[in-house]
Design a binder for this molecule. Structure first.
Ligand code: AQP
Length: 332
C-alpha cells in the first residue's frame, strides 16, 4: 500500500512576552502533539512583533526566552523545524513580492488591522497594514498544507489563499493553497479578571493572565482571585463566563469532560473548584518551568538550536523563492 505523505503544518507565535496559559492551551500544547503526524515548522514571529514598538534589549531577551519555552513545551528540533522568523530573510523577501499581488482594498478590510490601529493609534505603521502579506509569505514559503488558526486569524488565512490562487492563476502552480486546521483539542482561554476578554500576553493586569512560568503558589493565588459570578453551581452555562473559562481550563489540563467536572464539584462551591483548577494548572506547568530553566542555563545549546532551525527553514524556503523569482522575471 502506498504510504501517505505527511502533511506540512506551519504555525507561529510572537515573542511579545512569556507565553500565557492561553497561548499554551490554545496553541503550543497542540503543536507538540502534532509533531509525529505532520511535518511541522514552528516559528517565533519576531518580524510580526515589531508592528508594535518593542524595547530592543527586552525584545532580544524575550525572544531567547520564548525559544527556550518552545523547547520546554515539548517542541523537538529533531522532529520539527523550530526557528526565529527574522533569521530567515526569505520571509521579508517573499512578503514584499506578495504585497505587490495584494490589493489595498483587501488589506483595508482586515478586522485585525482596524482593531490594532485603534489600540495603537499613535503608531499606525505600514507594517501593521501589510501584516497579512507577511503572514501569507510565512505560510506559502513552506508550501504548508495546513495552518492551525483561531477565529481571529481566519480572515488572514482566507487572504493567504486568495493571494496564492491569484499568483498561481498568473504563473502556474507555484504555491500550495493551505487549509485551516482545527486541532482535536483546543480552546480559547479568557482573562481571569474579565472573562469576556481573551487572555493576552500584553495585558497590563498581571492577575488577568497566568504566565506559564508563574510559580505554583502564584498560580493558585491568581485562580482564587479569578472573577466568577454570584451563583454557587460549577456548571457550564451561558452567562457564567468566569466559571465556563475555569471549567475549560480544568478540562484542558485534566482531560475530564465538562459533565465529569460538574459531577465532581456538585455541592462544593467555587472556593474548592478554584483551588483545584489552580493546583492542576500548577502541576501541568511545573515540568515546563523546570525544563525552561535547564534550556536557559545552557545558552550555547539554545543558540545552536535556533541557528540550526534557521538553516533548515532557509533551505526549505529557498526552494520556493527560486520558483517565485523565476516566475516574476528576476534574474537568478
Ligand atoms: N487566550 C487564548 N486562548 C487560546 N489561544 C490563544 N492564543 C493566544 N491567546 C490565546 C493563540 O496563541 C497563538 C500565538 O499567538 P500570538 O502570540 O501570535 O498572538 P496573539 O494571539 O495576539 O497572542 P497574545 O497572547 O494575545 O499576544 P499579544 O498580547 O502580544 O497580542 C495563536 O495561535 C493564538 O490563537
Amino acid at each position: 500500500m502506498e504510504q501517505q505523505k505527511k502533511k506540512v503544518i506551519l504555525s507561529g507565535i510572537q515573542p511579545t512576552g512569556i507565553f500565557t496559559l492561553g497561548n499554551y492551551i490554545g496553541a503550543v500544547k497542540n503543536w507538540a502533539t502534532m509533531q509525529d503526524e505532520f511535518h511541522c515548522a514552528y516559528m517565533l514571529a519576531d518580524l510580526h512583533a515589531i508592528t508594535v514598538r518593542q524595547d530592543p534589549k527586552a525584545f532580544r531577551e524575550q525572544t531567547l526566552s520564548c525559544c527556550a519555552l518552545l523547547l520546554a513545551c515539548g517542541l523537538d528540533p529533531e522532529k520539527s523545524v523550530v526557528f526565529i522568523q527574522s533569521q530567515v530573510p526569505a520571509h521579508a523577501e517573499l512578503s514584499w513580492i506578495l504585497s505587490c499581488y495584494t490589493q489595498f482594498g483587501e488589506l483595508s478590510r482586515m478586522t485585525q488591522f482596524k482593531d490594532k490601529s485603534a489600540r495603537h493609534a499613535d503608531n499606525v505603521n505600514a507594517g501593521l497594514f501589510t501584516y497579512p502579506s507577511l503572514m501569507a509569505a510565512d505560510i506559502l514559503l513552506y508550501q504548508a498544507d495546513l495552518v492551525p488558526v483561531g477565529a481571529d486569524q481566519k480572515q488572514h488565512l482566507e487572504l493567504t489563499r486568495d493571494i496564492a490562487n491569484r499568483f498561481n492563476g498568473i504563473y502556474g502552480n507555484v504555491f500550495k493553497v493551505p487549509d485551516g486546521y482545527i486541532p482535536k483539542v483546543g480552546a480559547r482561554i479568557m482573562s481571569l479578571a474579565d472573562p469576556t476578554k481573551k487572555m493576552s500576553k500584553s495585558d497590563d493586569n498581571p492577575n488577568a493572565c497566568i504566565s506559564i512560568l508563574d510559580k505554583p503558589e502564584v498560580i493558585v493565588k491568581k485562580f482564587k482571585r479569578a472573577v466568577t459570578d454570584s451563583d454557587m453551581e460549577v456548571c457550564y452555562r451561558e452567562g457564567k463566563d468566569g466559571i465556563n473559562n475555569l471549567m475549560t481550563i480544568y478540562s484542558a489540563v485534566t482531560g475530564l469532560t465538562l459533565d465529569q467536572i460538574t459531577a465532581d464539584f456538585a455541592g462544593r462551591g467555587y472556593g474548592d473548584f478554584k483551588t483545584a483548577v489552580g493546583e492542576a494548572v500548577a502541576e501541568e506547568l511545573r515540568p515546563i518551568r523546570e525544563a525552561y530553566d535547564r534550556f536557559m542555563s545552557d545558552r550555547a545549546s539554545l543558540e545552536a538550536c535556533y541557528h540550526q532551525g534557521a538553516e533548515r527553514a532557509a533551505r526549505l524556503a529557498e526552494r520556493t523563492m527560486q520558483k517565485v523569482k523565476k516566475k516574476v522575471g528576476f534574474i537568478l
